[in-house]
Design a protein around this ligand. Sequence first.
Ligand code: CA
Ligand code: CA
Ligand code: CA
Ligand code: CA
Length: 342
Amino acid sequence: MVAAARCRRVSSVVAWVVASAGYAIGAPLPIVNAGFEDTTGSAVHFNEFSFGALPGWELYDDPAGLIGAGASDPFYVGTLEPQPAPGMPGQFINFPAGAPEGVRVAIAYNRAGSDGQGGYGLQQTLVGTPLQPYRTYTLRVEVGNIASGQALSGEFFDLSGFPGYRIDLLAGGAPIASDMSLLSGSIPEGEFATSTVVFSAAPSDPRLGLDLGLRLVNLNQVDPLAPTADLEVDFDNVRLSFAPSLDGDFNVDGAVNAADYTVWRDTLGSGLILAADANDNGVVDIEDYSVWASNYGMPTGVDYVQLDSIATPEPTTAWLAAAVFAAAYARWPRRSARTAPR
Ligand SMILES: [Ca+2]
Ligand SMILES: [Ca+2]
Ligand SMILES: [Ca+2]
Ligand SMILES: [Ca+2]
């Protein structure tokens, strides 16, 4: 059921700059309350809803002041726990497959008639997580097109149609990459789809060092197919990760050279330290070495170049073979000995 729902999901990729294809998804960056399960800071709790700012998140609106505290008519921002659908075991009201992550989703809702006044939603600054060069960031958010349904209060909500959304990756509070509602029109009623925003940071980017952030917006534009419906966009399971923009640049300094080989060699066999896991299979292995070898000497196109001046050995076949076997000999037997039964 869940798997089937996932298969039906549509994906969009907003590729601002992707320096190389096939990079690892890479290391996750911490997001507070990324699945909107914690509602302890909300101003209002009402049946299956919470309204107002959540732990980790602050309200966003443009123009400022549009939604007040997000907890009164006609604007409500908070969370929803989809409820079991009566007589339909395993299914839920509003979202038949339930929340994509946990049991709650974020909501940005306003009543019919208050459309067109501006976008609004939630945002979070990732304090202590600055934009850094030579990294490709990937932001993923589940975006939901809620279906009409009856709330626990007995009120029926006409939520047909979709008011549009925007997902921003921020640096210093300003967008550096966005998904401008690319999935609108393709998310079926009652389902979620994955929005993906990708950004590669060059060393000349003036926003380097500024804290990253996320913004999830209901564009609040009336759907011509449902002009009398209320307007709601839902969000869940926010994920942000980074990987080196260059495949094989394990120390993320903008060049693929001997220093990266050292990172690979020193972590060969590890499933915990994954800087050199170029193929994103959860372990540093020979496959990752192949990625490094095939990209050795990059970048050659010179968009951003920071090749160091230290003479480095060319990855000739003989040198490579010697290095691989030396590393394997040095590491694997010790690991085997540690884990072997006595
Ligand atoms: Ca959730
Ligand atoms: Ca809808
Ligand atoms: Ca490097
Ligand atoms: Ca690997």
